[in-house]
Structures are given as structure tokens and as C-alpha cells.
Design a protein around this ligand. Structure first.
Ligand SMILES: Nc1ncnc2c1ncn2[C@@H]1O[C@H](COP(=O)(O)OS(=O)(=O)O)[C@@H](OP(=O)(O)O)[C@H]1O
Ligand SMILES: [Mg+2]
Ligand SMILES: [Mg+2]
Ligand SMILES: [Mg+2]
Length: 328
């Protein structure tokens, strides 16, 4: 596979792998401590450690590249957060990157960009934090966007079985996609790699649908209507995070629906950029619910789009028709 972004790929893969290891270490604690952000969503030591690790790596190799990342260190600066800061630094150090609390806060804040630029990275240090907390799926999601086009997309999924045909095989998979150069999936703990491809299912009644666990993130009512319209009788598979894109990419599911739960919610680019390229390079199609391509030129939000439909491609038009019929 010829690669135009070889160095970026290497740096990104190493960073995502290391961040996955840090997340696992935190998760193996009995009850990972969490903070509630101003929107009442959770954030943990692992989110911050992961963001510090990935931003540090990008900053060292690509000093001029802006990073639009989900978290920032503002809440960590308060005096009463000293212990929490120290625990983040300890987790970063435990994966081989020696750092103190001040240093990790600086790295976290390297992800402060919010505006579109001709070349930038976007990072979700843990996508699916609720999934992470309940022991479900979560993802370290990273993408490089050049001239508004996603050129690299990585999804590190520490809780995803590496090979869906070996349910008791290794757990932990990193999907790495480069535009025009394909996708490969790597095991987190070994050198094993796999080529993957979306399914070829075209019969709409046979489509295996996946969606968010959280009904506040995607309308379960609308997806049930769409499934009925398509003649699907199997239950949707609910899993957290961009692991949904990874499962469509490898043909384990055929369709991922993310349907707005209220007018005006703007999806964040870090919740999608990595996953979108992973599905596209595996042969699938991703649009919003109106059939428009996702527009990554608007800064941190997908303000020109509503919701997301990711499919194996073959079934995409039929699904969009059902989405319209359901009045999404
Ligand atoms: N109202 C609403 N609508 C759509 N999306 C929302 C909404 N609120 C939050 N979020 C974002 O959802 C991200 C989690 O993704 P998922 O819904 O796929 O996973 S989960 O099932 O909720 O765990 C989650 O990402 P993380 O914060 O990184 O976990 C949020 O950015
Ligand atoms: Mg969050
Ligand atoms: Mg997210
Ligand atoms: Mg997140």
C-alpha cells in the first residue's frame, strides 16, 4: 500500500496505541474517578492522560499542526484538583512518558484549536466515556484533515475483539485508514494485522444495524421506524463510541445510524472524523441523514450536517429513503 502520509501514520499509530494502554490501565482500577463537565457529561483521568499522550506526540513531530481536541486543562488548574492532576501525570509516566502535572496540562492544552485550517488534527481522547465507565466499548479517535478532506483516520478500540471470527481471541484493535491507500486493523498487543472490508449485504431486510447505547445521543425511536421500513426484524446492536464505525468497516454490522434527538444539536468533528475514513476506506459510504457528505471545513462542529448514516455502501440509497420516510 503506497502511503503519502507515512510519517504521520507512524507517529499517530504509536500515539494511539500508547493512549490505549493508558486507558486500559485506568480502567483496570476498580472505579475510575470522574469529573462532570459543564454539560454534565463525564470525563476521567484516562481522557486527560490519553489527550496528553497524543497531543505531545503530534506536537513533537509536527510542531505547526493545530489540534482540535475534545478536552482542555482549565478544570484541572484549580487548587483542589492537585491530586487528580498528579494521578494523570502518574498514568502518563506509567506508559513510559515521564511527566509532572504541569507538563501534562500543557500537553492537554495543545489540543486547544477550534477553527478550521488547511491542515489540522482532530482528537477524541476517549470517545464513549460513558462506555468506558461501564466497561463497554470506547475508542481513542484521531484524524488528520488536509484541505477539508480526512486523509488519515485512526480508531483505537481497546475492548473490541481483534477478529470477530475468534470471539475468544485477542482483544484490542486499532483501525488505521489512509485516503486512497486502504485500511488495516492491528492488534493492540501484538504485531498481528488484518485486512478488512465492509459487507456486501444489499437485501435491506438482512441489514444488521448498530447505534448508540445512549438514547440521548441518537433517536432509538426513529431507528426502530427505519428498521421497520427496511423490513429488518433483528434487534439493533447497541455499542458505545466510534467502535460502531469499526464494526461496519469490518462487515460485522452493515449500518450505523446516528439520528438527531433534538433540532440544533451540532455533532463534533472528533466524534466522527476517524471513523468516517475507516468506513470509507473499507468500501463503505458515510453521509448525514439528508445524504450530504460530512463537511469538515466548519471548525469543531459539523454545522452543515444533521446526524450520520454510515453503511456498507450497497444499501445506502435505500437506507436514506427510509430515513426520509421516517421524517428524521
Ligand atoms: N445530544 C447528543 N447527540 C449526539 N451526540 C452526543 C450528544 N451529546 C453528547 N454526544 C456525543 O456522543 C458521544 C458518544 O458517542 P456515542 O453516542 O456513539 O456512544 S455512547 O453510546 O453514548 O457511549 C460523546 O462523545 P464522548 O464525550 O467523547 O464520549 C459526545 O460527544
Ligand atoms: Mg466527552
Ligand atoms: Mg466523543
Ligand atoms: Mg471523548
Amino acid at each position: 500500500m503506497s502511503s503519502r502520509y507515512q510519517r504521520e501514520r507512524e507517529v499517530a499509530l504509536e500515539a494511539v496505541r500508547t493512549a490505549c494502554l493508558a486507558c486500559r490501565n485506568v480502567r483496570s482500577a476498580v472505579d475510575p474517578a470522574k469529573l462532570d463537565k459543564s454539560d454534565r457529561s463525564p470525563v476521567t483521568i484516562a481522557d486527560f492522560a490519553s489527550q496528553a499522550i497524543v497531543c505531545r506526540a503530534i506536537r513533537r513531530s509536527f510542531p505547526d499542526d493545530p489540534i482540535i481536541a475534545e478536552e482542555d486543562a482549565a478544570a484541572l488548574q484549580k487548587a483542589e484538583m492537585a491530586e487528580f492532576r498528579g494521578r494523570i501525570a502518574a498514568e502518563v509516566t506509567a506508559v513510559g512518558i515521564e511527566a509532572d502535572a504541569a507538563q501534562v496540562c500543557e500537553w492537554i492544552d495543545e489540543g486547544h484549536a477550534t477553527e478550521f485550517s488547511p491542515r489540522f488534527w482532530t482528537l477524541d481522547p476517549i470517545d464513549g466515556t460513558k462506555g468506558f465507565l461501564r466497561g463497554g466499548q470506547y475508542a481513542v479517535a484521531l484524524a488528520l484533515i488536509v484541505e477539508g478532506e480526512i486523509v488519515l483516520g485512526l480508531l483505537g478500540c481497546p475492548n473490541l475483539v481483534f477478529d470477530p471470527d475468534r470471539a475468544d481471541g485477542p482483544v484490542g484493535a486499532i483501525s488505521v485508514a489512509e485516503r486512497g491507500a486502504g485500511i488495516s486493523v492491528m492488534a493492540i498487543d501484538s504485531d498481528e494485522t488484518a485486512d478488512v472490508r465492509v459487507s456486501s449485504t444489499s437485501e435491506t431486510s438482512q441489514l444488521r444495524l448498530c447505534e448508540s447505547v445512549e438514547s440521548g445521543h441518537s433517536s432509538h425511536g426513529h431507528s426502530a421506524q427505519i428498521a421497520e421500513e427496511l423490513g429488518i426484524s433483528s434487534d439493533p446492536v447497541r455499542l458505545d463510541s466510534q467502535a460502531k464505525y469499526a464494526t461496519v468497516a469490518r462487515g460485522e454490522a452493515d449500518l450505523y445510524l446516528r439520528l438527531p434527538t433534538r433540532p440544533g444539536y451540532v455533532e463534533r468533528i472528533w466524534d466522527h472524523a476517524g471513523g468516517v475514513l475507516v468506513v470509507e476506506e473499507a468500501g463503505g459510504t458515510v453521509t448525514d441523514v439528508d445524504g450530504k457528505p460530512l463537511d469538515f471545513t466548519k471548525g469543531a462542529g459539523l454545522s452543515a450536517n444533521r446526524g450520520v448514516v454510515a453503511s456498507n455502501g450497497t444499501a445506502h440509497e435505500a437506507v436514506l429513503a427510509a430515513v426520509r420516510k421516517a421524517g428524521v
